[in-house]
Design a protein around this ligand. Structure first.
Ligand SMILES: C[S@@+](CC[C@H](N)C(=O)[O-])C[C@H]1O[C@@H](n2cnc3c(N)ncnc32)[C@H](O)[C@@H]1O
Length: 386
């Protein structure tokens, strides 16, 4: 077996990202060749496995793993989850069944591509939201200079771990433990804000911390489980607009934007009618995005041929599945909100435009509203739940 050093593995990863047309900027490339990801993975990560119906997160410890294997895992272009349901992998007693990731080291290819898309360059002041392991913050320091980087993390344990890793790797950005949805006014204004957690809408207070002409790069998500990475140009504090970008980028949601917790959901019988659309369209990246725009207060449960939408506030439900006779689909609706009619209308509109990818959509922010548009501004649009 050939043994590769961390520097060799980093160079290989960079070559792969250049060949894949992900990495172009020489300064971003230099940061990728320099930042030691092994320091940010720390002493343990979680490896997911999926027996039917559930994900099991098993801690993998550096101490129990041959160093070659650990380094090769480190330099895969892959996200490694470091915290599940608030428990860091290094603190876990054993496998965690069925939890949700709450912190991770994002795959380097996506982080580096996002830094390029945001136009990060030496001397540009950047706010990073969602420090996580500190890896993306280290790349940002490498590109912009550590004196230009402020990074905010809401989780105290993750923040402490990232602070240690950044110090060990030799970077000294400004680190803040707080809710990043409020930004960090002490160090504002910023030329660029990059969020590594997703948001249901853009907090105005955060937007106001960006200079006119500055860039805000964030994944818009929601309770329907859909995501779209949008690059906004800020005009002034309360006004911004921009396009969604190509690709399939998703991030865990900013914690205050996550759906309210609830117990097991009981699916109750409701009024039935045929569905105008195939529920499996919600498994499509953009189909799901459109459905989420149409029913922003609904949580999506189920998948494939059986989709369930649940409105947490009103208890409204829509359950859509293949019709009993196998011809078409049936929706069973219950409660005051007609969730599925809104979804049918939006999806039909999207289909009438040729079912384009989310990158054909744009977002406008004005003091009174935040709207996602399909195609041209002035065409079909949906308001975000602000
Ligand atoms: C996907 S991880 C970021 C990983 C980071 N890109 C890296 O490579 O290490 C998302 C992080 O956002 C943090 N987060 C969630 N909500 C937040 C909020 N409101 N403010 C700041 N950080 C938040 C989570 O605790 C988590 O550590």
């Amino acid at each position: 077996m050939t043994h590769h050093t961390a520097a060799e593995l980093r160079r290989r990863l960079v070559e792969q990202l250049v060949a894949d047309d992900v990495l172009h900027d020489p300064d971003v490339r230099r940061a990728a060749e320099t930042v030691p990801r092994e320091v940010f993975l720390g002493s343990a990560v979680y490896r997911p496995s999926s027996p039917p119906g559930v994900t099991v997160w098993t801690p993998v410890r550096h101490d129990d793993t041959p160093n070659d294997e650990w380094l090769s895992l480190t330099y895969q272009n892959k996200t490694w989850v470091t915290q599940v349901d608030g428990v860091l992998a290094e603190d876990a007693d054993g496998p965690v069944t069925g939890g949700s990731p709450t912190s991770s080291s994002t795959l380097p290819g996506v982080v580096l591509w996002m830094l390029e898309q945001a136009g990060l360059a030496r001397g540009r002041r950047v706010l990073v939201i969602g420090t996580g392991t500190g890896l993306s913050t280290a790349y940002a320091c490498g590109v912009a200079g550590e004196e230009c980087v402020t990074s905010v993390e809401t989780d105290a344990r993750a923040a402490e771990r990232a602070r240690k890793a950044l110090g060990e790797a030799g970077y000294a950005p400004t680190l803040v433990t707080a809710d990043g949805l409020a930004g960090c006014s002490d160090h504002a204004p910023y030329d660029i804000v990059i969020a590594f957690c997703s948001m249901r809408h853009i907090p105005y207070g955060l937007l106001q911390q960006v200079v006119p002409g500055g860039t805000f790069l964030v994944t818009l998500s929601g309770w329907g489980g859909a995501h779209g990475l949008v690059r906004l140009t800020v005009e002034d504090g309360d006004t911004a607009q921009g396009r969604f970008l190509p690709g399939y980028t998703s991030f865990m949601m900013a914690r205050p934007h996550d759906h309210p917790p609830h117990g097991p959901v009981e699916l109750l019988p409701g009024r039935e009618r045929p569905s105008r659309i195939d529920p499996a369209l919600l498994d499509d990246w953009t189909g799901r995005f459109v459905a989420q725009l149409a029913a922003p207060s609904a949580e999506r449960l189920g998948a494939g041929a059986e989709q369930v939408l649940l409105d947490v506030a009103t208890g409204s439900q829509a359950r859509v599945r293949t019709a009993d006779n196998g011809a078409g689909w049936t929706v069973s609706r219950r409660g005051p909100l007609d969730l599925w009619s809104s979804v049918e209308d939006a999806v039909t509109t999207w289909q009438s435009h040729g079912s384009p990818h989310v990158s054909e959509f744009s977002l406008t922010i004005t003091p009174g509203a935040q709207r996602v548009w399909l195609g041209e501004l002035g065409g079909s649009s949906w308001a975000l739940p602000v």
